[in-house]
Design a protein around this ligand. Structure first.
Ligand code: ZN
Ligand code: ZN
Ligand code: FE
Length: 753
């Protein structure tokens, strides 16, 4: 029987070759009708016999393009309309946009083959792309996704490109950023005075030569600038560090191909898959013993952050260089990455020698994502290129549009519509006016893109976070969520968990409901709300926030709890008598010595006590070094701790842990074994509290769980004891996940407020 159906498809279905796929499928089945993009997704109408239409619907689901995502597919039966053929119709612009904006996608194999084929018209063309790859989020202005609403609108397609674009059988059919050497963007090599030194292939060739000579290149890529040097050139690496004022923080690397990575690092099957995925993130990989990358790239770090080329420009460069390069963010320390060439010249002229730029505008900064493999699965540590702004689907939808402004460090923002949460790309630490502007800009562009005027704004409970102040200053109705509650909710939302469950949030610092600094928290969640069931014993941080960098101050506060006035006898060598006296007075007189229950600060304090370092250059540095001490060492031993009860809340007392750890050190036990014992102790504490709370599900979150040893050991031990364990995978466990947790809070608990 002849039938006419209308199929409405929602999801990641625009800019992924979905319409040509439908067109080809319909024609191959002899169906008539049309397909078009509308602001909500894709609409298909098809006429044919009933059975063929059923097959058509099934094959849309099973054969859809690799990077597409169908969230919702609805079929309606309509009266016959007697279509004559199957056509691709113009986009329909009416209605509220609800289509998903796709992330930027790494160059596909077909395009790669073309750019290295001397007979192809795109031979060595750095802006080659197709419906399966290329820029998306970084170039889009507004929905629906069409060329005239991207930064490609300024390039008129030549006859050949236009023919590809209009031919449904071509793999560039409706590839919005389609371009070629005749009509598309091009590259230029500039010096710091903005003089054009060379263009096109010559610019790339000269860049390759300059990198080999040890020069620093600012390279305009997909979502912003990179600073690039030859990774094997210690002098160049050190000059980049000096110019960028970046001390010890690891640099990311780009390698020419997967084989070259394998010669320097261990690469598991899962890691290889992740490196080669369309998202193409930076993957943390373990160095091999004979790794040729100098330590200066990632001092004292057994891991390297490595990515593969993900644009044609990178492929062409790396093919010429044939060696790994440092490819670090093109920014002035702590500022957002530069996205525009004049801005780059202004800001990076004292850092870079040369600028390889192009004239395809970048609409928003999108940093490289960072991921690693934990328990054989991907865990995202920084969510940006390739992942943002794909939605996270939560099981508690909201009628209202909600904007979550995130935390303070590693900020991201999010908006929710129904049960979709759109999380922004990584914005950064909101420590200066440039980052604050970038934060405001991202919010405004997000509101425009998704056409939302949020009714509810959610921020962190911390009254002094700049993100909180933004919320309070700009909106009448704001809600705030305790930082660690947000962390746990980010796991609950990501995995659509239903309580009751135990949520554990361990991180550096967050504002507690008692106005002290939290960070070693255990919560019991159920559908009615949450309760703080346990936390680590508090200690003081003389000097307040200065202790976050000068970690011996954390150690001082910790040791004061253990030894009282005797603390002076147990201090790290570098603390002078004068300073020690001062710190002691600060604690005793309660001057700028806030209390904390932070696991991150406990890690810092232990690192200081063990003499690993006394100051850190970036957040988490001491904890990372403590974790790295475990590499290659094992011990079944751990330290004893006590659990006391404070009005029904369990308090984990680490006093004996610290005493015995110091004994071990004084008895010359290796710091490696001490570190393993300390980590084992933390795992024991987790299992212990899990047993006491006695709920099946345990959710782990917070920056401390970026520690692979701690996370994997906790998962294994909890599982051994019969618990179901969940952790952040698609969303960072660090403060990059806070915005999701803030939205989830409102979704799950609004009824009980
Ligand atoms: Zn392609
Ligand atoms: Zn062209
Ligand atoms: Fe946090």
């Amino acid at each position: 029987m002849q039938q006419r159906i209308k199929i409405s498809i929602k999801g990641a279905v625009q800019g992924v070759g979905f319409r040509p796929f439908i067109y080809k499928l319909a024609n191959s089945l002899g169906l008539k009708g049309y397909v078009l993009n509308n602001p909500q997704g894709v609409i298909v109408e098809a006429e044919g016999d009933e059975e063929t239409l059923a097959e058509f619907t099934e094959r849309i689901k099973s054969d859809k393009p690799a990077i597409s995502l169908i969230q919702n597919l609805v079929v309606e039966i309509l009266p016959l309309d007697n279509y004559k053929d199957f056509e691709i119709r113009k986009s329909n612009l009416s209605g509220a946009p609800n289509a998903i904006v796709l992330p930027d996608i790494a160059t596909c194999k077909d395009c790669r083959d073309e750019i290295f084929d001397p007979n192809n018209r795109r031979y060595l063309y750095p802006f080659t792309n197709c419906t399966n790859c290329g820029p998306r989020y970084s170039i889009i202005d507004s929905l629906p996704y069409d060329r005239k609403r991207t930064t490609m609108k300024m390039f008129a397609m030549c006859t050949e490109c236009k023919a590809e674009y209009e031919n449904p059988d071509d793999r560039r059919f409706h590839a919005q950023p389609n371009a070629c050497p005749v009509c598309g963007p091009h590259v230029e090599l500039w010096n710091a005075e903005r003089n054009v030194l060379s263009i096109n292939n010559d610019a790339v060739t000269e860049t390759i030569a300059a990198v080999k000579e040890g020069q620093i290149i600012a390279l305009k890529g997909l979502g912003g600038f990179h600073l690039v040097v030859d990774a094997a050139n210690i002098k160049a690496v050190n000059r980049l560090r000096g110019n960028k004022l970046r001390v010890e923080k690891p640099f990311a690397l780009m390698y020419p191909n997967i084989e070259s990575i394998k010669s320097d690092c261990e690469v598991s099957e899962e890691e290889e898959r992740l490196l080669l995925s369309p998202q193409s993130p930076i993957v943390l990989l373990k160095r091999k013993v004979d790794c040729r990358i100098p330590d200066e790239v990632a001092p004292l770090n057994p891991y390297l952050g490595i990515m593969l080329p993900y644009t044609p420009l990178h492929h062409i460069l790396m093919d010429g260089l044939k060696c790994p390069i440092v490819a670090t963010s093109g920014n002035v320390s702590d500022e957002p990455i530069c996205i525009e060439e004049n801005e780059a010249i202004r800001k990076l002229k004292d850092i870079a020698d040369l600028f390889l730029v192009h004239n395809r505008p970048i609409n928003r900064h999108v940093d490289d994502s960072i991921a690693r493999i934990v328990m054989n699965e991907k865990v995202i540590l920084r969510r940006a290129r390739g992942y943002a702004p794909m939605p996270v689907i939560i099981n508690a939808g909201n009628e209202e549009h909600i904007l979550a402004v995130g935390g303070h460090l590693k900020n991201t923002v999010a908006v929710s519509k129904g049960n979709e949460v759109f999380m922004s790309q990584h914005i950064g630490d909101l420590e200066n006016v440039e980052q604050y502007n970038s934060f405001c800009g991202t919010i405004n562009k997000f509101k425009e893109l998704y056409k939302v005027e949020p009714e509810i704004i959610v921020s962190d409970l911390h009254p002094d976070y700049i993100s909180t102040k933004y919320a309070v200053d700009n909106y009448r109705k704001t809600e705030s969520v305790q930082h660690h509650v947000s962390h746990v909710l980010s796991v609950i939302a990501e995995h659509s968990l239903k309580g009751p469950l135990l949520g554990i949030a361990w991180d550096g610092a967050g504002f507690g409901t008692d106005k002290t600094i939290w960070g070693g928290e255990f919560f019991r969640f159920d559908e009615t709300g949450y309760r703080r069931t346990a936390h680590i014993k508090k200690f003081r941080l003389p000097g307040g926030e200065s202790s976050f960098r000068e970690i011996y101050k954390s150690a001082f506060g910790l040791l004061y709890e253990v030894y009282g006035d005797e603390v002076i006898k147990h201090l790290p060598d570098n603390v002078s008598g004068n300073e020690a006296g001062l710190l002691l007075q600060m604690i005793k007189k309660n001057i700028n010595s806030p209390e904390c229950s932070s696991m991150g600060r406990l890690f810092d304090a232990v690192a200081s006590v063990l003499g690993i370092r006394q100051k850190v250059n970036f957040e988490g540095q001491a904890a990372m070094e403590l974790e790295f001490l475990n590499e290659g060492f094992s011990s079944e031993e751990s330290y004893k701790y006590a659990i006391t009860n404070d009005n029904g809340v369990s308090v984990i007392d680490w006093t004996e842990v610290i005493k015995h750890l110091i004994d071990d050190k004084e008895n010359s036990l290796s710091v490696n074994i001490i570190s393993v014992k300390f980590h084992n102790t933390l795992v024991n504490i987790i299992v212990d509290i899990a047993k006491r709370v006695n709920e099946n599900i345990v959710a782990l979150s917070g920056g401390c769980f970026q520690n692979k040893y701690l996370l994997e050991s906790s998962i294994k031990e909890l599982r051994k004891n019969g618990f179901d364990v969940y952790w952040n995978k698609e969303v960072p466990a660090n403060d990059g996940g806070i915005s999701l947790g803030q939205i989830a809070y409102f979704s799950y608990f609004k009824k009980i407020k």
